[in-house]
Design a protein. Sequence first.
Length: 332
Amino acid sequence: MNRIHGKKVVEMDLMQKIQLIEENTVELITQEEILELLKEKKHPITYCGYEPSGEVHLGHMVTAIKLSQMEKTGFKVKILLADWHAFLNKKGTEEEIIENVKLWKKVFSKLGIKEPEFILGSSFQKNQDYIEDLFVLSLNTTINRGLRAMQEVARDIDNATVSQSIYPLMQINDIKHLKIDVAQSGVEQRKIHMLAREILGKINYKKSCFVHTPLIDSMQKPGTKMSSSDSTNLISVRDTETEIKKKINKAYCIEGDSNNALMQIMKLIVFPKIKFLEVKRPEKFGGNIQFNSFAELEKAFNEKKLHPMDLKNSLAKELDGILDPVRKVFKG
């Protein structure tokens, strides 16, 4: 046994650590560099930044689960509540963002990360050394490159403001000023992170590593991401059991085709938190069936051995149990 920040955890070897970090990711940039980091540092630092705007939804839980897994491998976890980023990206008034920060901190404290360090963006982004580094980064980045980096993040890139071209440079600067070894995010941040790999050296900081997780599709249409800006196409962490069932029952799900948000939720959120999935169904429809891995579930669904309605019923039940502790935040 060893300890992470006072907590006992099961000792893992290097390959077990990298396998857990890589589980359910799109890519590690790079696996070799992260392996070397784990050899060199007992408790390297990872973080994910969140704009505190709109609803905390299942898409945010994907990154929170990955932070929790990285914590188990020895990483110290920092969570940036990026209030100034949200303001620059036109995600609400200052007053709205301040209120959201309070709520998001409470929510993320219930998402399975044992000892997160919460950091407010405005608590360090106004410091003189931060501003000076931001100027250096701006001198080494064209406006076009800055806007290209924002394409997957901004809502209306064709009418982007100058503030939104500063946004990616602040995100890159955060890596240095939070002393980050590995930044973690959804894959939509990839362009910003690749720019970071190029220009962090300009402010005398190492080339950081990155862990990118998949995005969950909209509940209604594969290929479009679940977003806080459209409450009808997401499952919020505050949704009641009835609301969860209603949204799941309405969700896109074609028999024999696993390319849908429901299967993604099973893979990215449910299976990391359970040992097996038991699907209950009447004997005339094959009786109860147990799946010990997502791969087993996916195979059965693609072979039409599991009906979409049975999938939906099981998912609603599991999600309700997972979200129950989080919902209590909104009752206090």
